[in-house]
Every structure is written in C-alpha cells, then in structure tokens.
Design a protein around this ligand. Sequence first.
Ligand SMILES: [Zn+2]
Ligand SMILES: [Zn+2]
Length: 401
Amino acid sequence: MTTGLRDDAKALNGDLVALRRELHQIPEIGLQLPRTQERVLAALDGLPLEVSTGTSVTSVTAVLRGGAPGPVVLLRGDMDGLPVAEGTGLEYASRHPEAMHACGHDLHVAGLVGAARLLCARRESLTGDVVFMFQPGEEGWDGAGHMIAEGVLDAAGRPVDAAYGVHVTSSVYPRGRFTSRPGPLMAASAGVFVRVVGAGGHGARPQDARDPIVVACEMVTALQTMVTRRFDVFDPVVLTVGSFHAGTRRNVIPDDATFEATVRTFSDRTAEKVRGEILRVCEHIAAAHGLEVDARFEGEYPSTVNDAGEHDFVVATVRDVFGEERFETMPNPMSGSEDFSRVLQRVPGAFVFLGACVTDDPASAAPNHSPRAMFDDSVLADSATLLAELALRRLKGGSPS
Ligand SMILES: [Zn+2]
Ligand SMILES: [Zn+2]
C-alpha cells in the first residue's frame, strides 16, 4: 500500500464532506448542471491539472500528467441528481423542491475530487497520466456517451488503458463494504413505447368500434408470457410496464391506448433477441384483432461488464488497502443499469459498489432513488483512497493478469 495515502485521505475527509453536503443542497438533473460544474471547477482550482469542460454538456475533464511516461488511467464520477422530492429531513437536504441527490452522485463527485487531490500530491511519482471524468446525465441521459463523443477517452492525447468507477449504495450492503463481480455487473436497459390504434365508439356497442384497451391489455400480459417462454431463465429478461393510458370515461371506447415498458437484459445476445420478440408479440396481437399498432423499442444503456482481470485487480487492491473483510463478491448482477457501461465497452476496467448505509440495518434502509435514501459521507475518504490507489498501482504496472 502506498505510504500515507489512506491517512492523507482521512485528513481530506472534512473538505470532502463539506463539498458533498454543499452539492447535496443544489442537485441538478440531466446533462446541464451549471452550478455543480462551477463547484467542481472551484474544487479543482489550483491543482496541477489540465481542465476542460464539455461543449454540449456540462462535463468536466481533468488530466493529471505524471512525472514519467506510462499508461493512462481514467477515474469516473457522475454528478447528476434525480427528479425526486427529498424526504430525509437532513439539515443539508436539497433546497430544490423537485430534485434530490437520491443516487449518491454527490458523493461520487466529492470522492473523485478527493482522488484528484491525493494523486496531484503524488504527481512526480506517477508513471503515466490520469483522466478524471466528471460526468453529467447518468440517470437516463447518456452523459457518458456524450463525453465519449467529445473525446474523454483520448483526453490525455492517447487512448485510456484502464477505467474505474465507484458507486455508493444506501441499502443492502453495510457501510464500508465494497462489492462487485467479474463479467456482467449490471443490466442493459431499453424502453418500449406502444400505441394501439383502434376506433372509438359507444361502450354499449363494442361491435361497432375497435377497442384498443382490451388489445393493449392482452399485449401487456402476453409480454410477460413471452419473457418466460422465449428466454433462458439463466440469461434473464425483466420487463415491467410502468405506464398505461387509455380512455376518458367508462362508457366511451377510446381511439387508442398507449403503454410503456422498461426492459432489462444481461447479455448482448438476449438484448438483441428481446427487441424482435417484443415487436412481434405487439404487432401480431394487434393484427389478430384487426387493430393497428405503433410499437417502438429503444435501446438505452448496454450492460455493465467488468473485465475479469481488472475486477480481480480491484479486489486485490481493496483487500490489501482496507482488509480482507471489506470486499464481498455479489452473487448476481444488479438489474439496474449504468452508463459507465459505455466506457467499459471500450476500455478494460471495473465498477465497484461501496456501502454507505447510515444505519446498521442495511436490509431495511431506503434504497437508492428513494426520497428517503441517505448516504453516510464518512465513506468518502475510502472512496477517494480506492480510486487514487487503483490509479497509482495501475500506472506502476500493477496490471491485471
Ligand atoms: Zn441512480
Ligand atoms: Zn447512480
């Protein structure tokens, strides 16, 4: 372990907590986070970094040039909040009534700033460069895709060799526990948008109309049957219809019915196959009843896949720096999705979760995205330490097998 790094991180903790709590009060949503960006730029001010900002989005990219040539490591922190009305009652709760850092991205920003400070203090001994990726728009806005399009993976003037990210969790795992797994870690996500077009009429004379509601209902249930009949239970599909709208009054058959679903998959093969299956079910059920349908399938994020060697490197680093018991292998992937997947599609790397539960009962704590989700910022020093340590070791040639 690098001498003093963990102690230096502990000394920074007060600053990181203050930054995190400041950010927590000013959550911003999507790709345009001007106030957050301003805080990040201020926090990096004075450090020996080459800082640039996004053109189409409010990203911040900072490059640290090491004292000697070597590989390029990317460390990533996402910065956006969610359209959730905060219900924690914390003294530093969101001042915005309709936005909240309910996924802990405020801790990701502070943790990455901490890593930048730790590594800048060791600049001369770095054999290679570090790219710090402060990313907006993770929560469904494809901020990572925008930053990749604007060149973050070549920010150091040559391609990134390895990439790492940490995500905090408010529940499930205890505070301070790092968790991950090799291979598929998180799901791919996609959206399904269906409009069933019939012909409205009187509820008493359905034979004179073409009722879109019963046909749309049949699609909703048939899609669940499709999941169980067309896919391997060991390469699963999750499909949830989260929105369904039709009609105005009980005795009026409407012209159309619409519904939307989210779809989660864990392999490229299944992600590809599910699209055709969904569209076929919807189109053929509509045809069976003589109605029209406009069904669209839109891929969102690919699945987040950890490189096996990089995952093992992260595990070894966690155990070496913090102790054996601090890492736990997840038995299954998570069905949430994450746009760090876009980075991991192009660069070997790993994504790791860090338990930040505020109570000693993570099983009953409010999960990420809940209005009551709370994150213990005492983990910030460890988050910053791990990111910095991964970069230091990877640049020194502690490459994965
Ligand atoms: Zn989230
Ligand atoms: Zn998140």
